[in-house]
Design a protein around this ligand. Structure first.
Ligand SMILES: NC(=O)c1ccc[n+]([C@@H]2O[C@H](COP(=O)([O-])OP(=O)(O)OC[C@H]3O[C@@H](n4cnc5c(N)ncnc54)[C@H](O)[C@@H]3O)[C@@H](O)[C@H]2O)c1
Length: 328
């Protein structure tokens, strides 16, 4: 297929681009590099350096794209509370412009990176796709708005749409000497921050709250390996059906506490990871664990790397090659 990948210079978009190319697809990456990395761009893909709001310049009716995978977004829930206008403009207005371009160019299918953040504080665990959607961050709300736009677009204009709601993505894609992994700036994700501490690039790790009703008082999250996540995108492209918006949660269905994650980081790296307990962060649910039963049943998706050791081990391999030694 001829595919447009927005956000293909970012963590997840670059891994999916690599996997699409390895499966024989032709890929154009649209990314303005606002948070992405030029080095993460796959050399075999065409790169267009544009904001997603200008996607119509690439998605022309005669360009012949078979599908769009839309990763481009700002992703820091905390920042979305202090700069909401930036998140609405980038994530929601940008996505609506992209959907308009998809419609005008008659592109038949679109896969969207949604998030567990649309659920807010869950009312049931593990969380099914039908659970109440009540985001506690602007970030989650901007993503939920796009999910809703895709539902109406599919019904009214026959788009084959798929939203994949990722839980916590971790690990790196390692293949034939190639390593593609996570580098956000500022980094807000637990595993890369803990690796920074293990490598001596940060003094300590802050754990936000240790008085949650969980086994050790720290928050429980569901982690999914980026390689398993990437495979789900290829399955979603095949399963996309005109006139239907399919929505799937993607997680392992196993929760790990923040302390358990830090213990695995200590074990895998062989280094100490000093921890400081800080106050709870507003809007952080105690436990977020996915039910991915629907993705397993309808997409035939099964995670091949479900353990924290798989994820931290691969993340550490990427970290040592590409991050350690760089200026902090
Ligand atoms: N990382 C996670 O754990 C996680 C969890 C749930 C959902 N997601 C979703 O997955 C997607 C990818 O996340 P990631 O971790 O790879 O983020 P990332 O920051 O590494 O990548 C995002 C990419 O999009 C580009 N971009 C952002 N806004 C753009 C715009 N307006 N125009 C053009 N390019 C733009 C950036 O330059 C960057 O290359 C996001 O949509 C995010 O909401 C991520």
């Amino acid at each position: 297929m001829k595919l447009l990948v927005t956000g293909g210079a970012g963590y997840i978009g670059s891994v999916v681009t690599r996997m699409l190319l390895d499966h024989g697809h032709q890929v154009t990456v649209l990314d303005d590099l606002r948070t992405g990395h030029r080095e993460a761009l796959a050399p075999e893909a065409t790169h267009v350096e544009l904001p997603v709001h200008e996607a119509a310049r690439v998605l022309t009716p005669d360009a012949g794209f078979d599908g769009v995978l839309h990763f481009a977004a700002l992703i820091a829930a905390g920042e979305s509370m202090t700069r909401p206008e930036l998140y609405w403009h980038t994530n929601t207005v940008g996505s609506i412009a992209l959907i308009d371009a998809v419609r005008a160019a008659r592109v038949p299918r679109m896969v969207f990176s949604s998030t567990a953040a649309v659920y807010g504080n869950p009312t049931e665990l593990p969380i099914p796709e039908t659970a109440v959607k009540a985001p506690t961050s602007t970030y989650g709300a901007t993503k939920l708005a796009v999910d809703m736009a895709l539902t109406s677009e599919a019904i009214a204009h026959d788009l084959a749409a798929v939203s994949l709601r990722y839980f916590n993505v971790a690990g790196a894609y390692l293949r034939d000497g190639l390593a593609i992994g996570e580098r956000h700036d500022p980094e807000t994700h637990l595993i890369p921050i803990a690796l920074d501490v293990a490598a001596g690039r940060r003094e300590k790790l802050q754990l936000f709250g240790d008085d949650y009703p969980t086994v050790d008082g720290t928050c429980v999250r569901d982690y999914i390996h980026v390689e398993d996540l990437a495979r789900a995108h290829l399955l979603a492209l095949d399963a996309a059906t005109p006139g239907r918006h399919r929505i799937y949660n993607l997680g392992n269905g196993n929760g790990f506490t923040n302390r358990q994650v830090v213990d695995v980081v200590r074990e895998v790296t062989g280094h100490p990871v000093p921890v400081e307990v800080a106050a709870r962060r507003e809007g952080d649910p105690a436990e977020l664990v996915a039910s991915s039963a629907l993705a397993r049943d309808e997409l035939g998706w099964t995670p091949a790397k479900p353990t924290l050791h798989d994820m931290v081990g691969d993340a550490w391999a990427f970290y040592r090659e590409h991050v350690a030694g760089q200026p902090s």
